[in-house]
Design a protein around this ligand. Structure first.
Ligand code: SME
Length: 158
């Protein structure tokens, strides 16, 4: 089955998320494979917003391991509590970083990245993965992104 994402061109960021959410729901419906769904969500977010880097890190033992993504080559393993991703995992919360150069311990996979948002995915109370999005622009992400990206990752939770 083929799927396309249709996004209105003249919309606000919020309108774009509102349009995207049910389309993602349709895209994921009927597919139970987590890797396949992570891959399509990465592609849909990259297509829709043109983010510099979008992808998932998956919890495996004591580390996050690189999963499906769209963008430049990235670090493959991140330790618990390290970097923005490891912090979101440890603190079980969405982390928004306005300027990655000011974030102590930020892991620079690509020097072009300037701001970042990381959203954890849960299985009950346990973090199973994180969605990481990087922008080439400072201060790109805000509470609107956090709100809708949290709804998007809920479509992927177990
Ligand atoms: N900057 C992230 C590492 C992953 S890359 O951005 C793809 C961090 O500090 O956790």
């Amino acid at each position: 089955m083929s799927h396309t994402i249709h996004i209105p061109h003249t919309s606000s960021k919020e309108e774009i998320y509102i349009s995207l959410l049910p389309q993602l729901k349709g895209l994921l419906e009927g597919e139970t494979d987590t890797i396949a769904n992570f891959a399509n969500v990465s592609a849909a977010l990259k297509m829709t917003f043109g983010f510099f880097w979008v992808g998932f890190y998956i919890v495996k033992r004591e580390e996050l391991v690189l999963g499906p993504f769209q963008g430049t080559i990235a670090c493959t393993r991140i330790k618990y509590g390290k970097g923005v991703c490891g912090t979101a995992w440890k603190e079980k919360r969405t982390v928004i970083v306005e300027d990655v150069n000011q974030f102590p311990g930020h892991i620079a996979c690509d020097a072009a990245s300037q701001s970042e948002i990381v959203i954890p995915l849960f299985d009950h109370d346990e973090v199973i993965a994180v969605l990481d999005i990087d922008s080439k622009h400072l201060n790109h992400f805000d509470e609107t992104d956090a709100h809708y990206l949290q709804q998007i990752v809920k479509l992927l939770e177990l």
